[in-house]
Design a protein around this ligand. Structure first.
Ligand code: SF4
Ligand code: SF4
Length: 62
């Protein structure tokens, strides 16, 4: 199952990934992106591609 990992040190809190995710996986928590519904992540990679800081990576987990 894919899920996004946010590098909090790199995240600027812009919210682009939150708006980009078609499955509402991400939310801003204390001005940092956080996966709040990671079971819904399809691995589409839109958040990763749109993040201007390169703060998101996707990992595959069983
Ligand atoms: S798009 Fe990148 S920098 Fe912006 S909130 Fe998401 S993870 Fe943080
Ligand atoms: S990979 Fe796609 S579904 Fe998963 S968090 Fe990013 S934008 Fe959302």
């Amino acid at each position: 199952m894919p899920r996004p990992i946010i590098n909090e040190d790199e995240c600027s809190g812009c919210g682009i990934c939150v708006d980009t995710c078609p499955d509402s996986v991400l939310e801003l928590v204390d001005d940092k992106a956080e996966p709040v519904n990671e079971d819904d992540c399809t691995g589409c990679a839109s958040c990763m591609e749109e993040c201007p800081m390169g703060a998101i990576v996707e990992v595959e987990e069983d």
